[in-house]
Design a protein around this ligand. Structure first.
Ligand code: ZN
Length: 341
């Protein structure tokens, strides 16, 4: 929250909104007052975003998140709100995530994101979310087609196809099963865990996932499985080069306000994931790469996305289906390594 104080000193054009209302707290968590915050207007510049983000990094340990019976709601003054997906009637949905407290908190909060969700959930496929959480005018130099009318989409749609090994699960089902195992492992290690979804009947936009992660957590891990008749594990972190499309977007990370240190930490996290998963499961190490994707565009904390294996490859699919404990354990170990535990 201190980032905003600094921002308001630097830029007089921002709207200052007094948000001193206390928020109801769940058992065991003290009530607190929310400090005054600022809302960014459309003249926000990349440099300003970067300055605010750099200031925020110093405060990650101060995130005393307040959950309402285990549910965290995105703050009313989140700078991402104007860009996030809306209900069909134009109203804002309840952007929320689920908080799990350990018995003895080790001081680190991990946002565990099971990729995608239920395609039939009301939140899915609304296609009313900006690809980038900034004004389109900032993106002209990037030579990207993901602005203007093409800039909208929730980005959480998933294929309904089952894995080719035993046809037991789709990608959203796989990612949720691994995420729930990872959550249990992390809680036992003393981490607080925040999850974007905990059920097969839920969905939430990628922008909202990252916006909530930034408010609640120290790092974010997004879990996916791949398709494309290839084989192996791929891990991604934010960068100007998009490995997935092969395109380069000069200035992407600075326009999004992604700091150099957060990018380096994201790369470290992704590398830890890649190495631990492949060593433990036998999946092929296909490397750690930068990418330009929605959850990175909205991210203000170190974030990685892991494509654990290819669900349309028989060898990979067998591991995805039968080695979830090993996958989750290797991810938990990667997070331990990240925090030097
Ligand atoms: Zn996916």
């Amino acid at each position: 929250m201190k980032r905003n104080n600094m921002y308001s000193l630097l830029f007089a054009s921002v709207l200052v909104i007094s948000a001193t209302a206390s928020i109801s707290a769940s058992a065991g968590m003290a009530k607190r007052k929310v400090k005054p915050v600022t809302r960014y207007n459309t003249t926000e510049t990349a440099a300003a975003t970067q300055a605010s983000t750099q200031s925020e990094e110093k405060n990650t340990k101060e995130k005393n998140i307040v959950a309402d019976n285990g549910v965290y709601h995105l703050s009313e003054n989140s700078k991402y709100r104007p860009y996030l997906w809306k209900n069909a009637d134009g109203s804002a949905p309840d952007y929320k995530a689920y908080v799990f407290e350990p018995k003895a908190f080790n001081g680190h909060t991990v946002f565990v994101d099971p990729g995608h969700g239920d395609n039939n959930a009301p939140e899915a496929n609304q296609k009313r979310e900006k690809y980038y959480p900034v004004d389109d005018s900032l993106l002209k130099s990037m030579n990207t087609s993901m602005v203007g009318s093409k800039a909208y989409g929730v980005g959480v749609e998933a294929r309904d196809s089952k894995n080719v090994y035993d046809k037991t699960e789709t990608e959203p089902e796989f990612s949720l099963k691994v995420a729930l195992k990872l959550k249990d492992l992390l809680i036992n290690k003393g981490y607080r865990v925040v999850m974007s979804r905990t059920d097969f009947n839920q969905n939430i936009s990628n922008g909202a996932r990252s916006a909530i992660a930034g408010e609640t957590s120290d790092i974010m891990v997004s879990i996916h499985s791949n398709t494309g008749k290839n084989s192996g594990t791929l891990s991604f972190y934010p960068g100007d080069n998009d490995y997935i499309s092969g395109d380069t977007y000069p200035g992407y990370t600075s326009i999004m306000g992604l700091t150099k240190s957060n990018i380096e930490l994201s790369k470290k996290l992704a590398t830890n994931m890649e190495n631990n998963i492949t060593m433990t499961t036998g999946l092929k190490n296909k490397g750690t790469h930068s990418a330009v994707i929605r959850i990175f565009s909205y991210s203000s904390i170190p974030t990685c996305l892991v494509e654990v294996g290819f669900a349309d490859n028989a060898d990979d699919a067998k591991i995805l289906s039968t080695k979830k404990d090993a996958i989750a354990t290797s991810m938990a170990n990667a997070i331990d390594q990240y925090f030097n535990k």
